[in-house]
Design a protein around this ligand. Structure first.
Ligand code: HEC
Length: 190
């Protein structure tokens, strides 16, 4: 009888433990989504304004000078590590780490199996450099406006400016609906 009670108690404690864990991960996922949306909207509105005022060549220069500072500002304001990454990079400093690379490859496999790229996201709590870390990624699909600078038929003046700023650019040749890359957010847990 005591054994049974002990067993039940044990099961209960374990269940509570995993529920707490699931709740923590759910809460962090929600927070990451909110931070990512704010960041994504700021990037997009900056891009749209730059396109309106001077077309893609001007917007390319704006992306070049503003993408980094906008990312840093959103990270500072939110307390999250924020970045964008991709399997085909424009800016080499956005290179994926091993965890991000595995998630990006998994997104590609899921898309190939028919998943909607707009809905692909992944979160996990992992050990990073000996510290418990929450990580979140969300795929960024290629929209029509992205093709001007990431598509197959990029116009000569845009192409030249890309080559000038990003001599090792790999981020062209994308088609509508392709996964252009992903947002990647992380936070060290106490
Ligand atoms: C006006 C040209 C232009 C347009 C339009 C554009 N991008 Fe980019 N994109 C860039 C530049 C320039 C960079 C490199 C920014 C940097 O130096 O961090 C970049 C970088 C990125 C990155 C970061 C990963 C990497 O390769 O360095 C992602 C993801 C991305 N773009 C997605 C998109 C998506 C999605 C759209 C459409 C909504 C889009 N871009 C539209 C010029 C553009």
């Amino acid at each position: 009888m005591t054994k049974l009670i002990a067993g039940l108690l044990c099961a209960f404690v374990t269940l509570q433990g995993s529920l707490a864990f699931a709740n923590e991960q759910d809460m962090l996922t929600k927070e990451a989504r909110t931070v990512m949306k704010g960041f994504g909207m700021e990037l997009k509105s900056t891009l749209v304004a730059a396109m309106k005022s001077g077309g893609p060549v001007n917007a390319l220069g704006v992306c070049n000078t503003k993408a980094g500072p906008i990312t840093m500002k959103n990270a500072r304001d939110s307390g999250w590590n924020i970045r964008r990454t991709s399997l085909k990079l424009r800016n080499p400093s956005n290179k994926a780490d091993a965890w991000e690379l595995a998630v990006l490859n998994d997104f590609e496999a899921k898309k190939a199996a028919g998943a909607n790229p707009k809905k692909l996201e992944h979160s996990a709590i992992i050990e990073k450099d000996g510290k418990k870390t929450f990580r979140y990624m969300k795929a960024i699909p290629t929209g029509k406006a992205c093709l001007l600078c990431h598509g197959a038929g990029i116009k000569a003046p845009v192409k030249e400016k890309i080559a000038a700023h990003y001599p090792s650019d790999k981020a062209t040749g994308f088609q509508l609906g392709d996964i252009r890359g992903a947002f990647s957010l992380s936070k060290e847990l106490k």
